[in-house]
Design a protein around this ligand. Structure first.
Ligand SMILES: Cc1cc2nc3c(=O)[nH]c(=O)nc-3n(C[C@H](O)[C@H](O)[C@H](O)COP(=O)(O)OP(=O)(O)OC[C@H]3O[C@@H](n4cnc5c(N)ncnc54)[C@H](O)[C@@H]3O)c2cc1C
Length: 507
């Protein structure tokens, strides 16, 4: 049977974009359908009444020389301007304030210089963390090292075996076990820093976090991390343009409404009519995939298991603000991680991530105003447990708490606010098609089940998930690496493409 396309990718989040781009590089026929008029999903940039805001994600890794985004930007001449920051992030948590430089060695010295720091133990802890991070980040820098392996990947792993041994000691244990080993579990500045960092990376506290994942993501700010001027939407659009140049078909405002198996492939119902494809990559959370397929709970165990893990996670409440810069404000973009009360859970407005655009980022807001994207974690189990009529008031209380945290920890910016919009999990549901507004992927709470997911499995023959609910998980880089990996797998399954790759494919 003739198919309209080799691979249909549903959704232009970073997972879908990367899958489509890598397949197009390989010479396959690709169709990418995105429900919205623009790409990027949770990592997009939107316009509202003369302002341009980041929808969710604001700070990105993977731009270092040779890393995935750097490679694509260079290969396709993508016109994005990066702001390299120092500090990358500043933690403001009452009695703990810490500016994080882009160099991990400098960071460790800065922590050691804090009053009362047990410097020798801190250095030993970070030396151990560094070994784990170096081992695991190699997998991001070279996705061939992620399963399923080709012969070259397997060989590379065999040679790396000695590096995995120290890592095994921490499998199935929380990050706090590593702190205990180094006698640091009760040293509050490090605990506050780690709790905050773990919440935004592995999506749980240091006491809950599966140690190897947490130790690796502790390097997030030191791995080619930058702010994208004009918004991350610029990179998403650049990747879409590259796709089009490679001959892929990109359809915006094209929601896929249903999906059915047909002999040898799948048939999708879209706004523009049906599309048949040999393979499908769904850049959706498992709940949304089930809905698209018309599968009730119980129809597919793999999807149910993933859906339950995602449901045990988070939504986001947002403030989108425009503010006059305070006197002496840095010209560069700023990322402030603010905690009102470090003794309370880092969620529901008690902990906010506030990203402020730079002076050179003209056109984001009227005059010299800067835009602020402020986010906090909403525990979805708490939200769901409330009667529907009370959910709005709960989110409003959270947004009120976000304002209070901003006023207490970043008063210089809070005082200058001239414009405000808000968003809730319901807004994310409406704009990104994530059921209930579930964002953040699967929290990496202690457990061996995370390692079962290292090997990607098809949901059904020829049907795959991509995005932050599959390995390696949450963040633009992680979803893009997952997409790259899926594309390689599909490439092997599809066999030789109908046409030669349009560009030289460097592996
Ligand atoms: C508040 C917040 C802050 C964050 N901060 C950061 C950060 O600073 N740095 C970082 O790296 N990461 C951050 N993240 C995480 C990062 O944004 C996500 O992990 C990543 O963007 C998710 O990408 P994804 O590929 O899973 O797809 P999504 O972003 O979910 O995209 C899915 C796409 O599919 C489309 N779609 C849905 N249904 C359909 C359909 N039926 N038909 C067609 N299209 C459809 C949607 O419109 C959407 O565009 C943050 C996330 C949030 C929510």
């Amino acid at each position: 049977m003739g198919f309209d396309t080799d691979v249909l990718v549903v959704g232009a989040g970073f997972g879908g974009l990367a899958t489509a781009l890598r397949l197009a590089e390989r010479g396959h026929r690709v169709t990418l359908c995105e429900a919205l008029r623009y790409p990027g999903g949770c990592a997009s940039t939107f316009s509202r009444r003369g302002h341009r805001f980041e929808a969710g994600a604001t700070l990105f890794s993977g731009f270092g020389p040779g890393q995935l985004f750097d490679r694509w930007i260079r290969r396709y001449g993508i016109d994005v301007e990066l702001d390299w920051l120092d500090p990358v992030v500043a933690l403001r948590a009452g009695n703990v304030t810490l500016a994080v430089p882009p160099d991990r060695g400098d960071f460790v010295e800065r922590i050691c210089a804090l009053p009362g720091a047990p410097a020798a133990r801190v250095r030993a802890f970070f030396a151990e963390q560094r070994r784990v991070a170096n081992t695991l980040w190699a997998l991001f820098d070279d996705p061939r090292l992620l399963p399923p392996f080709g012969a070259r990947g397997l060989w590379a792993h065999l040679r790396r075996t000695p590096r995995y041994v120290p890592l095994l000691a921490w499998v199935g244990r929380p990050l706090t076990a590593v702190l205990h080993k180094h006698g640091l579990a009760d040293w509050s500045p490090l605990r506050v820093w780690l709790d905050g960092l773990c919440q935004i990376t592995v999506q749980c506290s240091a006491a809950e976090a599966e140690a190897p994942f947490a130790l690796a993501t502790m390097d997030y700010y030191f791995r080619g991390t930058a702010h994208v001027r004009h918004g991350i939407g610029a990179l998403a659009t650049g990747l879409t343009d590259a796709l089009t140049r490679l001959g892929a078909e990109v359809r915006f405002s094209s929601r896929v409404k249903g999906l059915q198996p047909i002999p040898g492939g799948w048939r999708a119902e879209t706004r523009g009519g049906p599309i048949t494809a040999r393979r499908v990559a769904l850049n959706l959370i498992p709940q949304a995939a089930r809905r698209l397929l018309g599968w009730p709970e119980g129809a597919n165990r793999g999807l149910d298991r993933r859906a339950a893990a995602v449901a045990d996670g988070w939504g986001a409440a947002m403030l989108y603000l425009a503010a006059e810069p305070p006197p002496g404000a840095p010209d560069k973009p700023q990322h402030l991680q603010c905690v009102l009360d470090p003794s309370r859970p880092l969620q529901e407005g008690n902990h906010i991530f506030c990203s402020i655009s730079g002076a050179a980022d003209r056109g984001r807001a009227p005059g010299k105003q800067r835009t602020l994207t402020v986010s906090t974690h909403v525990p979805m189990a708490t939200l769901r447990a409330l009667p529907e009529a009370e959910q709005g008031a709960y989110i409003e209380r959270i947004q009120h708490a976000m304002r209070a945290t901003l006023a207490a920890r970043a008063p210089e910016w809070s005082a200058g606010v001239r414009y405000a919009e808000t968003a809730s999990p319901r807004t994310f549901e409406r704009f990104t098609g994530r059921d209930g507004g579930l964002v953040g992927g699967i929290p990496r709470r202690v457990g061996l089940r995370h390692y079962l997911d290292l090997v990607p499995r098809a949901v059904a023959p020829g049907l795959h998930l991509v995005g932050d609910s599959v390995f390696p998980g949450q963040s633009t880089l992680a979803t893009a690496v997952g997409g790259w990996k899926l594309a390689e797998r599909l490439h092997r399954a599809l066999g030789a493409p109908a046409r030669a790759p349009l560009l030289e494919v460097k592996v």
